[in-house]
Design a protein around this ligand. Structure first.
Ligand SMILES: Nc1nc2c(c(=O)[nH]1)N[C@H]1C(S)=C(S)[C@@H](COP(=O)(O)O)O[C@H]1N2
Ligand SMILES: [Mo]
Length: 208
């Protein structure tokens, strides 16, 4: 082994160490978002945590991923409510004009997070009453989302008639963000997050 070999080895060792130093700096930078909020956009490798979405609430599926960006923003949007007495279409302004109720309720996602917020909007049972929905009825709630397993949910009367179950228009005092279900979403107490349907389009009273 001569001096040249030694120098070569030293150089490649330095290069190697340099690379390690750079990668760990990168790792620190990309996870520091967990500790320093101004680095949060770089928090690529961390588990999904609370507080990263709009309105300081997590988002499981964005409006863009759900394919509802255009339909949810449309000026023609209505919520159609079907019942034994007929079909009523409510614009967002119509819904805002009905009596508003607030409820502090969590969204509990199976992905392992749960966040509480103050939701407000129209009681689901008030809407069902307007179309003659019987108190024992199950309702089918549908999203604008064109496909996907969480597009439609059935809700039994124990939830549909609960005074805290809302067609929510606002969260923590602000109009719902598009990613949280604007123009309207369901919030019901004691149901898993997957059933808290976002971007509502229709609510149907099921035949008994
Ligand atoms: N239309 C629709 N609603 C949905 C979902 C969805 O993918 N599509 N995801 C559900 C799941 S799994 C959860 S945990 C909550 C999350 O609500 P958030 O994104 O406002 O926090 O929305 C629920 N509502
Ligand atoms: Mo979820």
């Amino acid at each position: 082994m001569n001096a040249d070999d030694d120098r070569e080895r030293l150089v490649s060792r330095r290069v190697l160490l340099g690379t390690i130093a750079v990668s760990s700096a990168t790792l620190v930078l990309f996870t520091a978002g967990q500790s320093f909020s101004w680095l949060a956009p770089l928090n690529l490798f961390a588990p999904r945590v609370q507080g990263l979405g709009p309105q300081s609430l997590p988002v499981n599926k964005t409006a863009r991923d759900a394919g509802v960006e255009r339909t949810a923003r449309s000026a023609d949007w209505t919520l159609t409510v079907h019942g034994p007495d007929g079909v009523v279409e409510f614009s967002r302004t119509d819904l805002e004009g009905l009596p508003q109720t607030s409820a502090t309720l969590p969204i509990a996602c199976v992905e392992g997070w749960s966040t509480s917020a103050e939701w407000s909007g129209v009681r689901l049972r008030d809407l069902l009453d307007l179309v003659g929905g019987p108190t024992g009825a199950t309702v089918r709630i549908s999203s604008l989302q064109p496909r996907g397993p969480y597009r439609v949910t059935l809700m039994g009367p124990e939830f549909a008639r609960d005074p805290s179950t809302l067609v929510a228009l606002r969260v923590n005092g602000q109009s719902l963000d598009l990613d949280h279900g604007y123009p309207a979403r369901i919030i019901a107490p004691g149901r898993p997050g997957v059933l808290q349907t976002k971007w509502l389009t229709s609510i149907e009273v099921m035949p008994a």
